[in-house]
Design a protein around this ligand. Structure first.
Ligand SMILES: [Ca+2]
Ligand SMILES: [Ca+2]
Length: 406
């Protein structure tokens, strides 16, 4: 695992580091990364995917006419809730049609990669109608933050009413590296993945919300009692679940309960990480914002957790992710139980097979998901189909539904 990291070093030392960006619209499909994920980087140690057992995939558009959709979640009866980042628009999609939900879009601070981002639906939505949104905001002093707010969707699904802001004051700069992914874990905790706001000291500063995953009570907004530093003097530190991240763009919980994150690399090494309470993921881009440092730097004090998958160079700009069903009856064949990861720059969907210990076995990027441009978020539906959002802008974006063909 270490070998490929070292192999990537001369690139960094050669200077001329240009931060990949990540989230800047590029040339779309033509900007695709390597056609065979695993041809570079640490994943090269993984065996090739099995030669057979993969069903063909049927990809259909659920809805079109979106602009940078950031997250999509089912709310029952085939209906979907979707956020769009730059328009700061919240919508319900039903039967192929979209309607706008009344939501105070004007209060959202939209800048660069920040706007209306992560979305989570309460597990008890059917009775409490609660949803959670992560958005940029403007502070009373004119500065900006990123914060997470609980809302109630009315029965007609036409408007949301603010319940309370659960946690906020996440650092910002230009809007770059604003996070922000949400997940309600099966233990009931709300998990939040943040970005480092392109401020070098944030990831290792346990009194900053930047470059972390956080866990909190989704009703009270209080830090999750199981957090490693739940009793810390620092209010912020009580929320910290993991630290040393660059820009967490994906969160997913495996059937075994383990939590996984996805983040963008700098000019190399996008990462998929297996999250452990209190652990350090090794990003420390100082002094200033020095992106030539490794995505996981073991020379830092203490133990830094290596990624479970890393892109090597070039990056693919991996973003949202979700686990596929593990049931044989799901029809996913050899894809079942894989982590499906959307890639923006590489414009594809990566299916990553990890064994029960979390070791990478193989990666496969089927052709059926390489013709849709940049892909941002992945949501596995209760029935086993997968939703993927495109991120090409200009009002041309769609939510795609991916279904294995039997
Ligand atoms: Ca790392
Ligand atoms: Ca160390």
């Amino acid at each position: 695992m270490r070998r490929a990291l070292i192999a990537a070093m001369p690139l960094a030392l050669a200077g001329g580091i240009t931060a990949c960006d990540d989230d800047q619209p590029s040339a779309g499909p033509s900007a695709a990364g390597p056609s065979t994920p695993g041809s570079t980087g640490r994943d090269s140690v993984a065996p090739a995917a099995p030669a057979s057992g993969f069903p063909s995939l049927r990809v259909t558009a659920v809805v079109a006419g979106l602009d940078h959709p950031w997250d999509v979640k089912p709310i029952g009866h085939g209906r979907l809730l979707v956020t769009e980042r730059d328009r700061a628009r919240l919508s319900v999609v039903a039967n192929g049609h979209r309607h706008t939900v009344a939501y105070p879009s004007r209060t959202v601070w939209v800048s660069g990669e920040t706007g209306l981002m992560g979305l989570a639906v309460d597990p008890r939505f059917r009775t409490n109608h609660r949803v959670y949104l992560c958005q940029g905001g403007t502070l009373p002093d004119g500065g900006h933050d990123v914060h997470v707010t609980a809302w109630r969707l009315n029965v007609a699904e036409r408007k949301v009413t603010r319940i309370r802001t659960l946690v906020g004051g996440f650092p910002t700069s230009t809007g770059r590296h604003g996070g922000c992914r949400l997940l309600v874990a099966r233990n009931g905790a709300l998990v939040v993945g943040t970005g480092d706001a392109a401020i070098g000291t944030n990831p290792r500063d346990l009194t900053s919300y930047g470059g972390k995953t956080l866990r909190l009570n989704r009703f009270t907004g209080k830090p999750w009692p199981g957090n490693r530093w739940a009793d810390a003097d620092s209010e912020v530190q009580r929320y910290v679940h993991t630290w040393g991240h660059r820009n967490v763009q994906g969160l997913a919980q495996r059937a075994d309960g383990s939590l996984w994150s996805v983040e963008h690399g700098s000019d190399r090494d996008d990462e998929v990480n297996l999250l452990r309470n209190g652990a350090d993921y090794g990003w420390n881009p100082v002094p200033g914002y020095d992106e030539s440092v490794p995505m996981t730097d073991p020379s830092l004090p203490g133990h830094q957790v290596e990624a479970r998958w890393s892109s090597g160079s070039p990056t693919l700009a991996t973003s949202g992710a979700d686990w596929l069903p593990d049931r044989i009856a799901s029809g996913w064949g050899s894809y079942r139980g894989t982590l499906a990861v959307a890639a923006l720059k590489a414009s594809r969907l990566l299916f990553m097979k990890f064994d029960g210990t979390g070791r990478l076995r193989w990666v496969k990027a089927p052709d059926a998901l390489t013709h849709h441009g940049r892909l941002r978020s992945v949501t596995t539906l209760p029935g086993g189909d997968v939703l993927v959002t495109t991120d090409n802008g200009n009002g041309q974006d769609r939510i795609l539904r991916v279904r294995p063909q039997s």
